[in-house]
Every structure is written in structure tokens, then in C-alpha cells.
Design a protein around this ligand. Structure first.
Ligand code: GLC
Length: 561
């Protein structure tokens, strides 16, 4: 099973990940094969050809393991089994095989920082009591204060609120506290413990043995904690934070890299690394560590030429330090959909600033999201597409209170709208909910309600509309597959159209020009336009529009700035 079979995807096989288009499947919301209102692996298998036709090189699956779903599956109770809501291990193996037959590789999501509180290790730790070897795999500590009722540190959770929960002893008295950087249902593992390292290395092998081409590493910069558990200093210098970006982490990823390398077929590690310092970020991408990591800097920037240009330059410079390819990400299952975000006056993304009800102009948002799609698909490196972005789905901001499931919402006492708005089940066909998400005749409603006005956004409706977002994505990926200078490789800025224009060449024959200003601009000299995100205005590029150009090779080389 370790060997990868089927048609080799395009490009230089060994470096497939350097320029791949990777489609993120949030299984729960992709397609429901058995009619229970929850997406599943049967649904994924039924739509693999859709992904082939879209032109993607790989799928990244969000966690599909056994889980109480306290955090949408990022609370794993068994890393080697599929949650019955999503299917079976056999089906997971089938998906991996069938996708590969269509030339699509599979990346799975590994969650090493924490487990579910229902995981056998945590249950055993609770049962075994203070001082036990079972508790040593986690962070159990007595409380501070005379009665032990003060938490051991004041670390703040990524989901707001505290990071410690007190246990109750078997006799009913208050017991030790345990650490959870996320929800209490997600106790943090102790990565200084050899069992924890061994277990995760074994999990990696388990999935590599099943033919997966890579792993996405959840919360990858959080695993190691300073065992002295100090408070977070005011301005921690590099490596000084007690639970973020600790230097010891790099050894973990070196050992994982060695495991990936021991398999045939170029298996890769993709890190979820949220770090502001580009140099510290790049350290995870040294040649013997992770292969790539998500570029959240670019995703967080507002729709502004100066901002995006700065991010592109920072990104390419940081990756250049270690010879790693950049990644480009417009959204994922944690952040506001681009169509909604780019339609706002303040279009940057920050978890702290996430508020529902901020006005958005949907037409403007769609226009910009279309231009952004062409921009990121032309930049050097690999590209991640979150399911539904290729349909231009908006963030659903008016979910009924009773439907909301995301712990981020509850832990913020309702201030943060949570992440359910970007996780609404996909519309495939038809004119009424569930829009083909579940099989015809299903009586179970989708696990999150879809807006009733999504008929024009279904895959079926968009397939027959040449001006649709889906057709734009398909056209872009088809060009990208055949354009040798796209994907991995260098880019050169072109000076044209003023400060509000981003323009760059990929090789001698291809240019991407994006107008983020208010007025139409002239395009640089070119032979013809390969693709544009919207109609040109008498040959000029209108505001919030991107164009891919075939350059005339006899033209002078583009001017570098
Ligand atoms: C990552 C995931 C997010 C999850 C969190 C805790 O940030 O993307 O969805 O809630 O980790 O595992």
C-alpha cells in the first residue's frame, strides 16, 4: 500500500508540491452521500471528477477521524479510524486510490498539539490520578493559591478565555488542573514525553502506508511548551514565548521529514504556522523540516496594491532564504470568505476583528475575489483553494443562533460570530435547499442551514454560465497546467499603470496585471489577453480586475523595479 499508483500528476514529480493547486475539502460540508445531512467520504468519492475537471493537483482533507466534534474534528479521539459520520477506513483508502487514479494526490490533517478529552490517553490520565505516568503525557498541574483553586498560568487561549480546567478527584474533591490552548475538550499533549513523539511518528507512518502524499500539520508552532510553565512575557523575543515557536520544535519536524523521506513518491509536510516574524516562519521551511507552510500574511492583508505588494515581496524574500516555495491562500475553514471580506471597507482579516454585521458590498466583493483568484494563481509557488471559494460562496452571516456550533463563538460569549459561516454545506444543483448536497429525497436537513437564495451559486448553475466564478477558476487552472512558467519559479515585477496596479511577468511570455485602483488603466504591450476576471473597458483594465496576458516575445524584457 505504501506505493503510489496511477497517472502521475503533471510536472516534475519530485517537486510536485512546489507548484501544486491544492483543494481543501471540509468533509462535513462537501457532499453528503448517505443522506444524513452531514458530508462524508462517499460524497467525496462521488465528486472526484468535479475536482479533476476543476484542475486541482491534490486534495487536503480536514480531520475526518473519530471525534466528538467539539471543534469540528480538531478534537481527535482515534487518529487511525474514520468517524462513522464520515465513513470508514476502507472508504478513506478508496478515496486516496481513486483520487490518484484521476491524478489527484491526497493530504491529510494531523492534529499533534492536542487530543480529544475522549481520547483513551486522556481518559486514562484522568482515571490514574496525580503523579501517574498516564498524566505525564499531558500538562496536569496543581493549582496555585492556598486551596489550589488558582490556575497554574494566565496563558490566554487561541479561542479566548483561560487555558486551564480543573479536574475533580474520584472522591469528588477538586483536583489538578490540565492545560488546553484551545477548548477544555482539547487537552494539550506533552511533547517532551517520548510516548507522544513515538505515537505521532507511528500515526504518520500509518497514513503514509495508506498512500497519502502529505500531511497538513495543525497548530504546528504550538506543540512544545516551556516545562517551567512561566507566564508569557510582555514582549517575548525569538524563542522566548513559553508555548509558541519554541526552538525545540524544529527537531520534531526534522524527524517527521526523515519519515516522509523514507517513503517513495515525495511525501510532504505542510505546516499551519501562524507567526508574524517572516524569518522565524522561514526556519520551519529549512530543507530538512517542513516542505511548505500556509502564507497567512498574504491572506490577512486588505485589498490594497501597496499592502499586497509588500506581502508578496516579504513572502518571496523569506522563502528565498531557505529555498522553499511560497504558498498562496485566500481563505480556509477558519476565516471569512473572500467574497464577503473583500466587499468590506476594511478588508483585512484578523480573528480579533471578526464581527458579523459589518457591512459588505457583495458585487464589489465578487469582483475583487475574481481578481484575487487570478492574482494568486499567477504568483510563484503552490496554491490552496478552500471548497466553495471556486463558487464564490459568501460568508453566511445570518445563521440562526440554534444552528451555531463553533466553540470560538461560545467562548467569546457571542462576540465572535465563529467560523460556521464559511462551513455551510456546498450547493451542487437544483433550486432549493439542500441544493444537491444530500441525495434526492433526503429528509435530514444539512447540518448547517444553507441560504435559500443559493440557486445561482450551485455547481450546476455555474457550469452553464461562462461568466461564473467556477468557469473562471476552471479556465485559470487549465491555463496554469499548460503554462510552464506558472507555479514554481521566479517572477519579475513590471512597472505599468501606476501605484494601484500590481503587474508581474512569469517567464518571457506571460504577465499578470491587477488593477486595485479606482480608474481603468492601459495594459502593458502584449500579444493577446489569455483570461480576465471581468470584461475589459475598450482594451483597458477596469478597477478591481485582473488579466493574464500573453506577452509578445520580441518586446523588450520587462522593467524590474
Ligand atoms: C487550527 C485549525 C482550526 C482548529 C484549531 C485547533 O487552527 O485550523 O480549525 O480549531 O487548529 O485544532
Amino acid at each position: 500500500m505504501g506505493e503510489q499508483v496511477g497517472r502521475a500528476p503533471r510536472g516534475d514529480d519530485a517537486a510536485w508540491w512546489r507548484g501544486a493547486v491544492i483543494y481543501q475539502v471540509y468533509v462535513r460540508s462537501f457532499a453528503d452521500g448517505n443522506g444524513d445531512g452531514t458530508g462524508d467520504l462517499t460524497g467525496v468519492r462521488e465528486h472526484l471528477e468535479y475536482l479533476r475537471d476543476l484542475g486541482v493537483d491534490a486534495i487536503w482533507f480536514n480531520p475526518f477521524y473519530v471525534s466528538p466534534l467539539a471543534d469540528g474534528g480538531y478534537d481527535v479521539a482515534d487518529y487511525r479510524a474514520i468517524d462513522p459520520a464520515f465513513g470508514t477506513l476502507d472508504q478513506a483508502e478508496q478515496v486516496v486510490r481513486e483520487a490518484l487514479e484521476l491524478g489527484i494526490r491526497t493530504i491529510i490533517d494531523i492534529v499533534p498539539n492536542h487530543v480529544s478529552d475522549q481520547h483513551p490517553w486522556f481518559q486514562a490520565a484522568l482515571a490514574a490520578g496525580p503523579g501517574s505516568p498516564e498524566r505525564a503525557r499531558f500538562w496536569f498541574r496543581p493549582g496555585k493559591g492556598d486551596h489550589g483553586d488558582e490556575m497554574p498560568t494566565h496563558w490566554v487561549s487561541s479561542f479566548q478565555g483561560s487555558t486551564w480546567t480543573r479536574t475533580t478527584n474520584p472522591d469528588g474533591t477538586p483536583g489538578e488542573w490540565y492545560l488546553h490552548l484551545f477548548t477544555p475538550e482539547q487537552p494539550d499533549l506533552n511533547w517532551n514525553h517520548p510516548d507522544v513523539r513515538r505515537e505521532h511518528e507511528d500515526i504518520l507512518r500509518f497514513w503514509f502506508d495508506r498512500g497519502v502524499a502529505g500531511v497538513r500539520i495543525d497548530s504546528a508552532a504550538l506543540l512544545i511548551k516551556d516545562p517551567a510553565l512561566p507566564e508569557v512575557p510582555d514582549n517575548p523575543g525569538p524563542g522566548e514565548h513559553p508555548h509558541l515557536d519554541r526552538d525545540e520544535l524544529h527537531d520534531v519536524y526534522r524527524s517527521w521529514h526523515a519519515i516522509a523521506d523514507s517513503y517513495e513518491g515525495n511525501r510532504v509536510l505542510v505546516g499551519e504556522v501562524w507567526l508574524e516574524d517572516p524569518e522565524r516562519f522561514a526556519r520551519y521551511l529549512r530543507p530538512d523540516e517542513m516542505h511548505t507552510a500556509f502564507n497567512f500574511d498574504f491572506m490577512s492583508r486588505c485589498w490594497d496594491a501597496k499592502e499586497l505588494r509588500e506581502s508578496i515581496e516579504l513572502t518571496l524574500a523569506a522563502h528565498g532564504l531557505v529555498g522553499a516555495p511560497a504558498t498562496w491562500v485566500l481563505s480556509n475553514h477558519d476565516v471569512t470568505r473572500p467574497v464577503t471580506r473583500y466587499g468590506r471597507a476594511e478588508s483585512s482579516f484578523a480573528f480579533d476583528a471578526k464581527r458579523s454585521g459589518t457591512p459588505t458590498d457583495p458585487a464589489l466583493g465578487v469582483r475583487r475575489a475574481r481578481a484575487a483568484a487570478l492574482l494568486v494563481a499567477a504568483l510563484p509557488g503552490s496554491l490552496y483553494v478552500y471548497q466553495g471559494d471556486e463558487l464564490g460562496l459568501p460568508e453566511v452571516e445570518d445563521l440562526p443562533a440554534a444552528a451555531i456550533q463553533d466553540p470560538m463563538h461560545f467562548r467569546s460569549h457571542g462576540v465572535d460570530p465563529g467560523r460556521d459561516g464559511c462551513r455551510v454545506p456546498l450547493p451542487w444543483s437544483g433550486t432549493a435547499t439542500p441544493f444537491g448536497f444530500s441525495p434526492a429525497g433526503t429528509t435530514s436537513a444539512p447540518w448547517l442551514p444553507q441560504p435559500t437564495d443559493w440557486a445561482d451559486l450551485t455547481v450546476a448553475a455555474q457550469e452553464s454560465d461562462p461568466a461564473s466564478m467556477l468557469r473562471l477558476y476552471r479556465a485559470a487552472f487549465a491555463i496554469r497546467q499548460n503554462e510552464p512558467d506558472l507555479g514554481d519559479g521566479p517572477m519579475v515585477w513590471i512597472t505599468t499603470g501606476g501605484d494601484a496596479v500590481l503587474a508581474f511577468a512569469r517567464g518571457p511570455r506571460f504577465a499578470c496585471v491587477v488593477n486595485l485602483g479606482n480608474e481603468p488603466v492601459e495594459l502593458p504591450a502584449h500579444d493577446h489577453c489569455l483570461l480576465a476576471s471581468g470584461p475589459l473597458d475598450d482594451g483597458r483594465l477596469p478597477r478591481d480586475t485582473a488579466a493574464w496576458l500573453r506577452l509578445t516575445v520580441r518586446d523588450p524584457a520587462p522593467v524590474t523595479t
